[in-house]
Design a protein around this ligand. Structure first.
Ligand SMILES: [Fe+2]
Length: 360
């Protein structure tokens, strides 16, 4: 009897020890897995193709990774080079999200099938309908305005306070612009086309060609410098180039801003033309979910401030305070409410009109 009990006791103890050993072994395996899993499984990543390269973007990307755990691999290229790369890579492209400037560029890329539409309640709620593609192919995240720069010593403000006046005979020989085909100008011209129709827009563009002090050349800052140097008296520029010159400590830049003035066009009419910096999910995004989260992140209050600070632009999300004294210094202004997708869709016809009137 005792032996049996002993045996039973002995056998029970044996099983318990075996179980304990097994449990220990299992917990050791679990612990080991816990530590090695992050290296075995790929961490969530985002391959970002960006035409932006500003200091403040570093903080933006770091904050995104901190918030979401998604690591960003970045490729920074100029707008055109970036699009060329996407085209060349085709279906094998590692790009997940794409950042570009100007609605005309984004629209073209959309037409080429380089983007994949995103249906996101967050983006629909946060980004105004006028600042995104109708089908969610791209979303604007900051805005810039196309302002008029003039020489107040030689030009009366009221002679150049609308885009249409740039074609008035009074401004003959005064105007300088960058290429008409550049997306910044093409979008502006397409907005005029959307409002006035082809005939009147063609007459306007033709008037501007007649008023040119020189053939179109250089970028927006070059136009501002040309007004300061006296080569011309009126120019068109994106607002951030003007702000950049105003913030510069360089004596040559100080001299430029002391000689020229900036005005908000069409403030008694439709308002100044604004364009955007925008983002999209790439057509063949391997990490689509990460890309959508990135776009949604860009629409957050925090990201809006980072995103706009880098290039002295305005947030697109309603109620976000840019907190940028350089923008406040530009004063209040009325913005043209035309939807940018609509404007951009007019850009091929605007280009055709440019060709017809010989606006290079
Ligand atoms: Fe620019």
């Amino acid at each position: 009897m005792r032996i049996i009990l002993n045996c039973e006791f002995f056998s029970i103890e044996l099983i318990s020890r075996a179980s304990l050993n097994a449990l220990h072994a299992m917990s050791r395996i679990l612990l080991a897995l816990l530590f090695t899993l992050p290296t075995l499984l790929p961490a969530q990543t985002l391959n970002l193709y960006s035409a932006r390269h500003y200091q403040s973007d570093e903080a933006l990307y770091a904050d995104f990774t901190k918030t979401t755990g998604i690591k960003i691999n970045r490729l920074e290229l100029g707008d055109d080079a970036l699009l060329e790369r996407l085209r060349a890579e085709g279906k094998r492209s590692p790009a997940d999200a794409v950042l570009l400037v100007d609605a005309t560029r984004l629209w073209r890329a959309q037409q080429e099938g380089l983007f994949s539409p995103v249906d996101s309640a967050t983006l629909r709620e946060r980004i105004p309908a006028t600042m995104r593609a109708d089908d969610g192919s791209w979303y604007g995240f900051s805005t810039r305005a196309r302002v008029i720069i003039y020489d107040p010593a030689k030009v009366k403000r009221e002679q150049v306070d609308t885009y249409l006046k740039l074609a008035d005979p009074v401004n003959e020989g005064r105007l300088c612009t960058r290429s008409g085909s550049h997306p910044y100008n093409l979008s502006l011209f397409a907005s005029v086309l959307e409002r006035l129709g082809a005939e009147r827009t063609k007459a306007w563009l033709s008037g501007m060609v007649k008023n040119m002090a020189r053939a179109p050349v250089g970028g927006d800052t070059d136009q501002i410098r040309a007004v300061a140097s006296g080569e011309c008296q009126v120019a068109i520029s994106n607002s951030y180039y003007w702000v950049r010159l105003n913030l510069s400590d360089k004596p040559e830049d100080r001299e430029v801003v002391s000689k020229v003035a900036m005005l908000w066009p069409d403030q008694d009419g439709h308002g100044v033309h604004v364009n955007l910096s925008g983002g999209a999910v790439a057509a063949n995004a391997p990490n689509r979910e990460s890309a959508v989260r990135f776009l949604e992140y860009l629409a957050s209050d925090q990201a809006q401030r980072y995103f706009t600070a880098g290039n002295n632009e305005w947030p697109v999300v309603d109620g976000v305070d840019h907190g940028n004294p350089a923008l406040t210094a530009l004063g209040e202004h009325k913005v043209d409410p035309l939807p940018l997708a609509k404007i951009a869709s007019r850009s091929p016809q605007a280009q055709q009109l440019l060709d017809e009137v010989g606006y290079r």
